[in-house]
Design a protein around this ligand. Structure first.
Ligand SMILES: [Zn+2]
Length: 105
């Protein structure tokens, strides 16, 4: 058995198990969540908006993908969803992030 793969979060630069991180890939200049096992260059982020914002601020995406890229809104949803899935009660929660555009009143 190979040891579990470790990847570095491009937001906080900490190493974590690959399964704990959100995998992102470059689709024609847009950063989008990658499907597991998808080929191509990829970058990893911890779940949660903190590392996403940190990576954005320090232009880590352009560095990771070697060129200018724009962040797809799906990335925000992916990191938010990942966080919710890790709730200690063990059941998957799906709440949209507070910044969701779909406002109901
Ligand atoms: Zn991180």
């Amino acid at each position: 058995m190979a040891p579990p793969p470790e990847r570095t979060c491009i937001g906080c630069r900490r190493k974590r198990g690959q399964a704990e991180l959100v995998r992102l890939t470059n689709a024609a200049g847009r950063v989008v969540p990658a499907l597991p096992g998808a080929p191509g260059r990829s970058a990893y982020l911890c779940p949660g908006e903190t590392c996403l914002e940190a990576a954005d601020k320090r232009r880590a995406f352009a560095r990771a993908f070697r060129g200018p890229v724009v962040l797809d809104p799906a990335v925000h949803r992916a990191v938010a969803r990942h966080t919710n899935v890790r709730c200690s009660c063990g059941s998957p929660h799906r709440s949209e992030p507070a910044a969701a555009t779909d406002e109901r009143r």
